[in-house]
Ligand binder design. Structure first.
Ligand code: AMP
Length: 446
């Protein structure tokens, strides 16, 4: 398998530190508002990458941090009068609900920054002890000049950073030094005690404290959107490699392209966003996943309702083909040439830096080829079995679930009746309802 790493700007054979294990970290959200579909794009991409790695035989441990302390959360708290902690917990919960709806279920551990303040303080202390950091009256800073390799991920040098001068930050030795710890600024913000007084962590240090704690100083793959390469990921490398003396911190740096609207990145600040919740009012999650995966994860996607509609139609084609196969999957032999070619193309594409659009194209070639031939029962079974694997990898259900208006209410009625039957210990009937609903494609978790 070849995977592109931003660090080397090339595709490299995917070799992990421990043979079949992948330790993967992806920057999670800052939880101050609902996630938009740009976030959805990034997390669907990494979810699919994890699915494919697992399909290929790797045991993947996937951690995502939750930035639950940050200026944006504090500002929201000041505007609304709601404690920062409550804002963070509310939007963390809603984020995980949104991800579940998108079938983004691969994260093994969500690690909150505020649950790792001890590790953060410990890492900052070691950076101070080693002379990479210094304390001022308003915080603790990393001294960039002490780490000459700064810039190796983003290909920027220290001089270029002068343009990022933040005039408000006057206590730093150099404008490009970045905060590891921010001392208390006002009375109405959350703070934690530290050797440098009450305060809160800088943004970059939370990730390296978390990954060092769970993975150690070196691990396999780190992901995030393109906008995080600089300064965030650059700062992560700087902190971790300085403190451990080991490089590279991570060999495979994976970055997703933006989901754009009219050529501009979808973002809260540009106010051009659609929340995942709003989108899922009108479109199903399968359609959005299919839309996202029809573009390579590193390329930009131009979002429009028209192109989403197009994706819906294309996915319907696959769903109809899959449903029409109408066979039970079992172990069979099939020498169908079109299937063989499709499998080869699909897996070769996925092995080539997770090229989902090429892999999806192979499915359409298969569908078209099947139109012109009489398929044997075994062919149908083998094709269905292959499409089941594709469905697992892409995280898209190919079964058609007919949803008619009012079906949610109807489902509620059925589930309530079932609950009453369970309370009355009439398990035969309640299990029967569960099984029937399962057959219709609904999964019931008690
Ligand atoms: P944030 O909460 O803004 O830090 O973003 C969380 C993740 O979503 C980061 O990896 C971002 O790069 C990514 N992200 C934010 N906006 C977009 C977008 N429009 N397209 C793709 N990824 C995005």
């Amino acid at each position: 398998m070849d995977v592109y790493s931003t660090l080397t700007r090339s595709k490299e054979t995917f070799v992990t530190i421990n043979k079949n294990r992948v330790n993967l970290f992806v920057c999670g959200p800052t939880v101050y508002d609902d996630a938009h579909i740009g976030h959805g794009r990034t997390y669907i991409s990494f979810d699919t990458i994890k699915r494919y790695l697992e399909y290929s035989g790797y045991a993947v441990f996937y951690i995502q941090n939750i930035t639950d302390i940050d200026d944006k959360i504090i500002n929201r708290s000041k505007e609304s009068g709601i404690p920062a902690h409550d804002i963070a917990r509310k939007f963390e919960k809603r984020y995980i609900e949104d991800m579940t709806k998108l079938n983004v279920t691969g994260v093994n551990l969500f690690a909150r920054a505020t649950d790792h303040v001890d590790e953060i303080i410990d890492q900052i202390q070691r950076l101070l002890d080693k002379g990479f950091a210094y304390e001022t009256e308003d915080g603790v800073y990393f001294e960039i000049e002490k780490f000459p390799e700064f810039g190796k991920l983003s290909n920027r040098n220290i001089e270029e950073l002068e343009s990022h001068r933040d005039l408000a930050e006057t206590t730093k030795k150099n404008p490009q030094d970045f905060a590891l710890w921010k001392k208390r600024e006002g009375v109405d913000e959350p703070v934690w005690p530290s050797p440098w007084g009450d305060g809160r962590p800088g943004w970059h240090i939370e990730d390296t404290a978390i990954t060092e704690y769970y993975f150690g100083p070196q691990y396999d793959a780190h992901g995030g959107g393109l906008d995080l390469i600089f300064p965030h990921h650059e700062a992560e490398i700087t902190q971790m490699e300085a403190v451990s003396g080991k490089a590279p911190m991570v060999k495979f740096w994976l970055h997703t392209g933006f989901l754009n609207v009219n050529g501009e990145k979808m973002s809260k600040s540009l106010n051009n966003f659609i929340t995942i919740r709003d989108l899922l009012e009108d479109y199903d999650a399968d359609t959005f996943r299919f839309f996202v995966l029809s573009t390579h994860y590193r390329s930009p996607i131009d979002f429009s309702k028209d192109s989403l509609h197009q994706s819906q139609k294309s996915l319907e084609k696959i769903k109809k083909f899959y449903t029409a196969l109408d066979v039970e999957v079992s172990e069979v032999e099939s020498n169908n040439e079109a299937l063989k070619a499709a499998k080869e193309e699909f897996f070769a594409s996925m092995d080539d830096d997770f090229n989902t659009p090429k892999a999806i194209a192979a499915i359409f070639v298969l569908i078209n080829a099947c139109k012109n031939q009489e398929l044997s029962e075994n062919d149908k079974i083998a094709i269905k079995s292959f499409l089941d694997d594709v469905s697992l990898i892409l995280g898209i259900d190919f079964n058609i679930v007919e949803v008619s208006s009012g079906s949610d209410e109807l489902l509620d009625v059925i589930l309530n009746v079932r609950q009453e039957l369970r309370s009355a210990k009439q398990y035969d009937l309640s299990d029967k309802i569960r099984d029937n609903l399962n057959e219709l494609g609904y999964e019931i978790n008690d």
